[in-house]
Design a binder for this molecule. Structure first.
Ligand code: CTP
Length: 213
């Protein structure tokens, strides 16, 4: 298989030196890259800024902003069999990016934020025979929110995890199907969860799609 994997956070710049972002370590995505490369798949990684070095054996594209993530994914997805979207995407960006550095005035400032594009939802509109595995990070009403995202983004399954996953070495996930069934529950190190998830994709998600081609 040729697999597109997105990982890490995106950044949205306020001025040339300050940005909005989140605490994603990129570890879940990088563990999936490791597992997929070890299993002999061709992997294309689109990664936000993280402290780890990209795993060996994959094609790497570095991005910072959600818009850059979108451009890369739109360009790369058509040649892949599927996408695993672990990136922790900034949902909002400052309406305008100030050139240079904002200087203090002694007064409060107000940032006007606008929504960024939903990259996975856009890939969902162009997926055809390809499969899409989304991640949902939820702090409230997890199953309903994850199912809403699965449908909105046209996913073949969604990996539900909670906010304790951010920056952690371990994860505990529930995989939900389009009919809201629990397909699997995996717990342990992100490497272990990645290996299990990849086996599920190889055995069930990809198999079903290639038979339907
Ligand atoms: N995602 C994306 N583009 C965005 C936001 C999210 O591609 N602008 C992807 C993520 O990589 C993940 C899935 O969509 O695979 C769900 O991300 P999540 O942050 O849980 O949900 P959001 O759609 O951003 O909704 P909310 O933040 O309101 O919960």
């Amino acid at each position: 298989m040729k697999i597109l994997i997105t990982a890490g956070p995106t950044r949205e710049y306020i001025d040339d030196v300050r940005f909005l972002s989140n605490a994603s370590s990129g570890r879940m995505g990088y563990s999936l890259v490791d597992a997929a490369v070890a299993a002999g798949h061709e992997v294309v990684l689109v990664t936000g800024p993280v402290e780890m070095s990209p795993p060996d054996g994959c094609e790497v594209y570095r991005i910072e902003t959600t818009d850059e993530l979108r451009q890369r994914c739109l360009e790369l997805f058509p040649s892949c069999d599927g996408v695993i979207a672990t990136a922790a995407v900034c949902d909002y960006r400052p309406k305008t990016r100030i050139t240079g550095k904002i200087t203090k005035t002694g007064q409060p400032i107000v940032l006007e934020l606008v929504e960024t594009s939903d990259v996975l939802a856009e890939l969902g509109t162009m997926k055809e025979h390809r499969w899409i595995v989304g991640f949902a990070l939820e702090s409230q009403d997890p199953r309903n929110n994850a199912m809403r995202k699965l449908r909105m983004k046209n996913c073949d399954c969604i990996v539900l995890n909670d906010t304790s996953a951010i920056g952690s070495l371990t994860n505990s996930v529930e995989i939900l199907s389009p009919s809201a069934e629990t397909i699997a529950i995996y717990k342990g190190t992100k490497q272990h969860v990645a290996e299990q998830l990849l086996e599920l994709i190889e055995g069930t998600i990809h198999g079903r799609k290639s038979r339907a081609k």
